[in-house]
Design a protein around this ligand. Sequence first.
Ligand code: NAP
Length: 279
Amino acid sequence: MTAAVLSGRELAAAIRAETTELAAKLAAQGRPVRLAVVSATDDGASAWYVRSIAGAAAKCGLVCDVVDLGPQATTTEVHDTLRRLSDDPQVHGVILQTPLPAGAALEDLASAIAPEKDVDGANPLSLGRLAAGLPAFAPATAEAVVRLLEHHEVELSGRHAVVVGRSTVVGKPAAHLLLDRDATVTVCHSRTADLASVTRTADVLVAAVGRAGLLTADHVREGAVVIDVGTNPTPDGGLAGDVDPAAAERAGGLTPVPGGVGPVTTALLLRHTVQAAEG
Ligand code: NAP
């Protein structure tokens, strides 16, 4: 079997089209939608990502302010900036870019983002509400996982979903969103014993680890749907997923990297920002 390619580009384009239309309506009412991205790093990959968000925002008619505090910023400066933006009625969405300055914890700093502007679900309150089944912005990447599965009409109810990775930005929220869709969910991590024996029981396998090619064909059940969240830089300047491309010979469907989860994530960040602006 060769896996169907579960592209994210078509879904991302549809989300961007909807976002553009809604943003234009708000702008026509004198309420331009504004996203603020706070960065405190000189990491090259992060700078590339911020530029791609800003570019996508502009194309959808959103104003995107990049607040670059530089790698020497103190946690107090980052915290105060997030609070100021959260208090600014002209700003509808606030994102805190990683990596953070040494010694700063994302969960601590993200608490300074007002939950109603927390369009990337970084504030622990957002994750708590998500876990409790209450309305909240989910981290865009985690939501992209389930939106992609729905877009490609993958049945989730009653199926076994295995998520590899338990970060607060991807693994845990993805597990909650899958649970909300009535999947039976198992979450694996670095201490999981005999990972392959667990992942081979998955109907739907989500890889969110950050290790290129960690999941091989041996980790995949014949016909399983595999969502590859990993974005690992390659020496030639490209991106590799967490799933070895050879796994496509066993999977029923596999998301490409790039072109799978990534574009949907960016589109959802903008969609969330418009939703925040609508109030
Ligand atoms: P993270 O915070 O580093 O978390 C990685 C998770 O993988 C941890 O839970 C870790 O387990 C687990 N893990 C590490 N080694 C493992 C192993 N050998 N076997 C099983 N589990 C293992 O990473 P993240 O922020 O969740 O990101 C994961 C990947 O997604 C990265 O490649 C990142 O670049 C990518 N990403 C993509 C997007 C996108 O838009 N496409 C957005 C965000 C992130 P422990 O908890 O036990 O340490």
